[in-house]
Design a protein around this ligand. Structure first.
Ligand code: UGA
Length: 448
């Protein structure tokens, strides 16, 4: 391992690091590690993606990522040639996807594919770090697999280092992590990983591998549970005349509860909460230890995603012939990711019912067109989208939506009925305006 010139505060050990997978986790990890002076090679099977990244173009939309890529280009290599990346790496991160299988369990095909490539190619002792979210016990199995299949006489140890970044804030979450969890079984793996993160300003928690794997699931599933809980409270607020925002605020003052992740809406989406709740629930049931709380969180979330469609039925018996405006397609702002987005559940229902759908999203349209190339009229502005619409659905709280002049809904829509799945506006903005504004867990203003 090379010793390198001073970087910021201290003398750090600049390592040769390989990162397998250039999705949100792999690419952001690779770029952030390179920005700290490590020599990072990012490996992916997708030649087109690699070529883009070699030119400094990020294949994903993530704030600050491309800029950091440019700044760190001297320390970054992108390649499909995994053998050259792995053979003399000090540390190899596995950051490939672990998608959901039909039964809800995690699909580890890509993790083992990389493990096989590592076993065949490493020529020096190294630490293999599993960053992908994997079921508890997987790190043990990966280590056993590697040891049984190593082509060269080398020592490897496997460590778990779960990722806690959220899409849209991934770079910030990585550079200023709330915590870095290192699940290790050998002192050497712990020492190497502490060096990898030596220049990161975050508390480091060292545990055994199984605890580290569990911390990841337990954290994501707790957040999903928190969201489903506040959504159920919101639904009840609507019935009993309480305001969920005030309720959440009142709860959040209690430091034992905390005020974050208490925003009610049309449910959580994305590539993580839906997958990780199902995976943990599957793992628990498989071990004859059903997790009732997580199962409930999943069930509540599925119902919540249909909340706006149910509300819409109050205003129209059917959607046939109606012009429906849709604001926001992605599962949350700041990303072009559509995975498990409420838009993907609701728009087909509207189309099936014969509605004419006009949709706007600042970055998600390209991906949405892969699902619906022609069935939807995609618009460039919110104004264009809502013009002549009979009803408007808000699925994502993009800033363009939250900052939008609400008077324009009245001015431009045929009938100003706004169903807000993300509570983008204050209900007071609509009182006395002649519009209908129906949001989540708050009084419905029904004036249109
Ligand atoms: C989530 C976690 O927040 C990260 O810590 C974790 O590392 C990541 O999963 C992962 O496992 O890779 P992410 O899915 O990118 O990150 O996005 P979040 O900001 O957590 O939002 C997830 C969903 O929950 C979104 O649909 C969002 O709209 C919804 N949400 C979030 C709410 O409905 N209410 C809230 O109060 C917060």
């Amino acid at each position: 391992m090379r010793k390198k010139a001073r970087i910021n505060r201290r003398e750090v050990w600049n390592m040769k690091i390989a990162v397998a997978g250039t999705g949100y986790v792999g690419l952001v990890t690779g770029v952030c590690l390179a920005s700290k002076g490590h020599h990072v090679t990012c490996v992916d099977v997708d030649e087109a993606k690699i070529q883009m990244m070699q030119k400094g173009i990020s294949p994903i939309y993530e704030e600050g990522l491309e800029e950091l890529m440019h700044e760190s280009m001297d320390n970054l290599t992108f390649t499909t040639d995994y053998a050259s990346a792995y053979k003399d790496a000090n540390v190899i991160f596995i950051g490939v996807g672990t998608p959901e299988k039909k039964d809800g369990s995690a699909n580890l095909t890509y993790v083992y594919k990389v493990a096989k490539q590592i076993a065949e190619t490493v020529e020096h002792d190294c630490v293999v770090v599993v960053k992908s979210t994997v079921p508890i016990g997987t790190n043990d199995k990966v280590e056993a697999y590697l040891n049984a299949n190593l082509a060269h006489d080398v020592q490897i140890s496997v460590a778990s280092n779960p990722e806690f970044l959220a899409q849209g804030t991934a770079v910030r979450d990585t550079l200023h992590a709330a915590r870095i969890v290192l699940g290790v079984e050998t002192e050497q793996a712990g020492t190497v990983l502490k060096e990898v993160y030596a220049d990161f300003d975050a508390p480091i928690l060292v545990t055994n591998r199984r605890s580290a794997e569990m911390i990841k699931y337990a954290s994501n599933d707790f957040l999903a549970l928190k969201i489903s809980y506040i959504n159920e409270i919101a639904n009840l607020c609507e019935i009993v005349g309480a305001n969920v925002e005030d309720v959440a605020k009142g709860m959040g003052y209690d430091p034992r509860i905390g005020n974050r992740f208490l925003n009610s809406g049309i449910g959580y989406g994305g590539s993580c909460f839906p997958k990780d709740t199902k995976a943990l629930s599957w793992l628990a049931s498989f071990n004859d230890n059903e997790m009732k709380t997580i199962k409930a969180a999943i069930e509540v979330n599925e119902g919540q995603k249909l909340k706006l469609i149910k509300k819409a039925r109050k205003y129209y018996d059917e959607f046939e012939g109606l012009t429906v405006a849709v604001l926001g397609l992605t599962f949350k702002p700041g990303t072009d990711d559509l995975r498990e987005a409420p838009s993907l559940v609701n728009i087909p229902l509207l189309l099936d019912d014969g509605a004419k759908v006009k949709a706007w999203d600042p970055v998600g349209v390209k991906n949405f067109k892969k699902h619906y190339p022609d069935e939807i009229e995609y618009c460039d502005t919110i104004e264009e989208t809502i013009t002549d619409a009979d009803i408007c659905f808000i699925f994502t709280e993009w800033e363009d939506v939250t900052q939008f002049d609400v008077n324009l809904y009245k001015k431009l829509m045929k009938k100003p009925i706004i169903l807000d799945g993300r509570n983008c506006y204050s209900i007071e903005d609509f009182r006395g305006t002649g519009m209908t504004y129906d949001s989540i867990g708050r009084q419905c203003i029904q004036e249109a």
